[in-house]
Design a binder for this molecule. Structure first.
Ligand code: GRF
Length: 203
């Protein structure tokens, strides 16, 4: 399966996916990296010799134009899957029309708890004892799509946001690579609210 990865930040998740995809037998190939701003993810793509593009909101008259431009930029690679590895923009209807059902995101909290741009900070502020990460299909909402995988991460008494987020990212890097491999080989079955990756045994 071919994958376009979207990112906005340090690109550590992207780097983990690039490393996983280099393993012999990994069933997915990252063919391009897209960003919405100047960020380190572009440097990682460059270093890996992978195509990359930037579609920044400020370069477009409005969000709809940006949504179409992003859709066209990704569609140029005709990917089987699009993966948000810390992409910090909400895509619009044009993108979802084209890639809905095969656009995967990872969120650093156990959805539906603590959605949005500060899931780690919100869980910590709430006093949660356990949080974690969620890999899900992106739908028209914010972090509301069908869940594909989750894993818990304990909150430690002396955790600050950065320490907790880094521990969650360690899990995300593994879980996201695992989910992409599973989806690449077995697909996704979704009824719109729930999504399953068929078991190895399922025929
Ligand atoms: C990840 O925790 C992701 O869940 C969140 O942003 C973080 C991206 O990390 N949306 P990085 O930029 O790949 O280090």
């Amino acid at each position: 399966a071919t994958v376009v990865v979207l990112a906005s930040g340090t690109g550590s998740l992207l780097n983990a996916l690039l490393a996983a995809a280099r393993e012999p037998g990994y069933p997915a190939k990252i063919v391009a990296v897209g960003v919405d701003r100047v960020c380190q993810a572009t440097d990682h793509a460059e270093a890996a010799g992978i195509d990359h593009f930037r579609v920044a909101v400020k370069d477009y008259p409005d969000r709809a134009a940006w949504d179409h431009a992003l859709t066209d930029a990704v569609a140029a690679y005709e990917p089987d899957l699009v993966v948000s590895a810390g992409f910090m923009k909400i895509v619009g209807p044009a993108f979802l029309e084209r890639f809905g059902g095969r656009f995967i995101n990872t969120h650093p909290a156990l959805l539906p708890s603590f959605p949005g741009a500060h899931g780690v900070r919100d869980a910590l502020a709430y006093g949660a004892k356990v949080t974690g990460c969620t890999v899900h299909l992106v739908d028209g909402g914010v972090d509301t799509g069908p869940i594909l995988a989750q894993e818990a991460v304990d909150v430690l008494p002396d955790d600050d946001e950065a320490a907790l987020h880094e521990r969650i990212k360690v899990v995300e890097r593994r879980l996201l690579a695992q989910v992409i491999a599973a989806v690449a080989t077995r697909g996704i079955v979704s009824d719109g609210r729930k999504a399953e990756i068929p078991d190895e045994r399922a025929h």
